[in-house]
Design a protein around this ligand. Structure first.
Ligand code: NOJ
Length: 735
């Protein structure tokens, strides 16, 4: 049967389910026609059986769509496939309610951008928004309506494989990036055909699994949750994210998917979230393993009553919700509310007006892998590359140098695009070897290349060729790292050093006495103490995406002057984990002259590279910072200024950072907290004054009585190029 509903034009995504607006009337008119089974169908999300060669529809799902008992699908993309599925929903189901198509478009759909952790190191909100916006445009052109991104989970856990999907350890920067990504995906409205629904995930606290092991228990104080982990979710909601995904973990003993406090109190009541809540994959069912639900039916009741609107892949709502309603264990009113939220979003997207709105084969052809997208991917990959060490100014590579490219990632294309690659195709990315060959042909130089060893395993037979090449070179570029699937979901590592024989290869290259530049490609902070000490230069390129090889070459040859700064601390040793910059002081802060202070016997407390750290091919000096005055009232603006000068010989960008410390609080406070930054570009010899403005709101936190406010007293305001090299001024907030 064709769609029964009147055409609705989509003007605004705003409004709440509680506000009587035109969407509510339309939603109610649909709801009134629905059977309970059809309502539960809207709360049901299934994956298609997408295989490497293409999609298949399991008969079961096809039937579900036809019967109106499945309202949304994921892993269903391309115009051809989504059209085929939408046809069933619109033409063959009783009410013709259009399907919603979701997919994990995390860092690009086909044009793959650097992994989000890498992108976050650019601290470039406009570029990050652009990357999400391009991902949305490509995904929408391929028939998609909804991405399961951004992942905004703060993490202090480099062992956890999913740090590659996030924005690092800091709530302030993480919040700004969450906002940029949500806005990039969704824009201001869904009037056009290039924006898709964002899904802020994983709610909540998923980034803090005990021991870094994925899915593991999360246990933290409510204060830490609200001060550190919650802000990026909040920022995503405030940016208008229309959907939120629950997390797999339990939090203080309650699995997120059955956590009424999280979903009703924190999300909907405190933060006015009006979109719908989807579970993570079978996370309703998993509440049985958690020991929180007796069986799937019970788990479904807990989830529905906690405020879950849509069941991803668990089939629990579909199988049991009707029975639970009949038994009075879930109210039909609760179900109606969930269905209202879901239908409303389908209206907001304009799907009732045109269920095929996103489905246009011409557009798909023109938009996916568009040259402008590839160019943007190259730009942001360059902006994400962090220069960690550059002794003797060995980089950029000087003209005329004989180069030996060595390492398992030199010629590799597939690993560059990392995990959560959506529809990305590894073989279509540009490797470092490709980029060097292009340059060599253009600029007339020659170089050698050898693999040396694999990323994993203990085979060293390739060392000989690599070392032979190295002997005749002036400079060795060693490209090493992690496999693409060593980070991502379920990819925790207990040992976060370079896998396999790679470090041994580097040791032997260094032993040649030639300068060795180590280019790292990885999805998490690694422990690289030997390399940090002995390599001549270290470049953190992350898993840089489709255009990664070109971006790395741009940096190595100096066409792009690196400007990125780390958004996650690099430990010296995994035993230091969790290690993060915004720690507290303890009652016995480290004192080298006192053994009974907070320390390790066998390791410094300090990281290998701190949060906010990154070098440039030029140098910057910071003049003495100034604050406008010492005392400020709660309504004043606190102003801090600093002059920065480019003292080197090339133009460069610097990310100037501002931190604060609240010296005495009703609860203990971090030693420093990022509260501002500015990325400035300076020509050689040029200076610029950077002005930071803070208000008392920026100094607020959850106080002893759990109210969010600033407390009067003394603060340090600190400015510098990273979280360690800071100058400070003391100010006072007075009542
Ligand atoms: C499980 C992951 O945790 C989540 O992030 C993802 O969106 C879903 N699977 C769907 O693929």
């Amino acid at each position: 049967m064709a769609c029964l509903f009147f055409a609705v034009s989509c003007k605004s995504q705003k409004g709440t389910t509680g506000t009587p607006d035109r969407y509510n009337t339309q939603v109610d008119s649909v709801l009134a026609l629905m059977t309970l089974e059809e309502k539960i169908g809207q709360m049901t999300l299934y994956t298609t059986d997408w295989e490497s060669t293409g999609p298949t529809i399991r008969k079961g799902y096809q039937e579900d769509i036809r019967k109106g008992t499945c309202g949304a699908l994921f892993n269903s993309h391309t115009v051809a496939f989504t059209r085929q599925l939408q046809d069933i929903a619109v033409k063959e189901s009783r009410l013709g309610i259009p399907l919603l198509f979701g997919y994990d478009v995390i860092h690009g759909y086909k044009t793959i951008f650097p992994v989000p952790l890498g992108e976050s190191c650019s601290w470039d909100l406009a570029a990050i928004e652009q990357s999400a916006s391009i991902a949305a445009a490509e995904a929408a052109a391929a028939g998609l309506h909804w991405t399961f991104a951004p992942m905004v989970d703060i993490s202090r856990e480099p062992r956890w494989g999913r740090v590659m999907e996030g924005a690092g350890e800091d709530p302030f920067l993480g919040s700004l990036i969450a906002r940029a990504r949500v806005h990039g995906f969704q824009g201001d409205h869904f009037n056009g055909t290039d924006k898709i629904l964002a899904c802020v995930k994983h709610f909540a606290g998923y980034g803090a699994p005990i021991a870094g092991r994925d899915y593991n228990t999360v246990d933290m104080s409510e204060r830490t949750f609200r001060d550190i982990y919650f802000p990026p979710y909040k920022a995503g909601i405030e940016a208008g994210a229309r959907t939120i995904m629950t997390s797999f973990n339990d939090l203080d003993g309650i699995p997120s998917t059955g956590n009424k406090w999280l979903l009703e109190e924190v999300l909907r009541k405190e933060n006015n979230f009006t979109g719908f809540v989807v579970t993570d994959y079978t996370s309703i069912n998993e509440m049985v393993n958690h020991g929180y639900a007796a069986d799937d039916k019970h788990a479904g009741e807990l989830a529905a009553n906690a405020g879950v609107d849509m069941d991803m892949q668990g089939a629990v709502f579909q199988r049991y919700l009707k029975e639970s309603i009949a038994a009075g264990l879930v109210s039909e009113k609760q179900v109606d509310e969930a269905v209202r939220r879901i239908l409303r979003i389908k209206f907001e997207l304009g799907l009732f007006k045109d269920p095929y709105k996103f489905s246009d084969a011409q557009r798909e052809k023109a938009v996916v892998f568009a040259p402008a997208h590839l160019q943007a991917a190259r730009e942001i990959a360059r902006k994400s590359i962090v220069l960690l060490k550059n002794e003797d100014k060995v980089l950029p590579i000087a003209n005329g140098k004989k180069i030996a490219l060595v390492g398992p990632l030199v010629a590799d294309r597939n690993n560059l695009i990392g995990e959560w690659r959506a529809s990305g195709e590894g073989e279509k990315s540009v490797s470092i070897l490709d980029a060097f060959q292009e340059r060599a042909a253009r600029d007339g130089f020659t170089f050698t290349h050898a693999k040396g060893c694999e990323l994993t395993g203990d085979v060293t037979t390739g060392f000989e060729e690599a070392l032979r090449n190295a002997q005749t070179a002036d400079i060795i570029i060693a490209v090493v790292g992690e496999k693409w699937n060593m980070s991502g979901e379920a990819k925790a590592r207990a040992d976060i050093s370079l896998p396999g024989m790679q470090e041994q290869l580097i040791k032997e290259l260094v032993a040649t006495g030639k300068p060795v530049v180590v280019v790292l490609m990885n999805g998490r902070p690694l422990t690289i103490p030997w390399i940090a000490e002995h390599a001549t230069a270290v470049v953190e390129a992350w898993l840089p995406g489709t255009m990664g090889g070109l971006a790395v070459a741009d940096v190595l040859f100096g066409d792009y002057n690196p400007s990125a700064k780390l958004t996650m601390t690099f430990p010296r040793h995994v035993g230091q984990v969790p290690i993060f910059y915004n720690e507290k002081n303890t009652g016995r802060p480290f004192d080298p002259n006192n053994g009974y202070t907070s320390r390790y016997l066998d390791m410094p407390n300090t990281p290998q590279y701190p949060f906010g750290y990154g070098l440039s091919y030029t140098t910057f000096t910071y003049d003495s910072m100034m604050v406008a005055r010492k005392d400020y009232s709660f309504s004043d603006t606190i102003i801090a200024t600093v002059n920065i000068k480019n003292t080197g010989s090339v133009a460069g960008e610097e990310i100037v950072q501002l931190y604060v410390r609240d010296l005495v609080g009703s609860v203990t406070r971090p030693l420093k907290e990022l509260k501002g930054f500015e990325k400035i570009k300076l020509a050689p010899g040029e200076s610029k004054k950077v002005t930071f403005k803070l208000t008392s709101k920026d100094l607020a936190f959850y106080t002893a009585d759990m109210t969010f406010k600033a407390e009067p007293g003394a603060f340090w305001v600190m400015v510098g190029p990273d979280s360690e090299r800071l100058q400070k001024k003391e100010i006072r907030l007075v009542q």
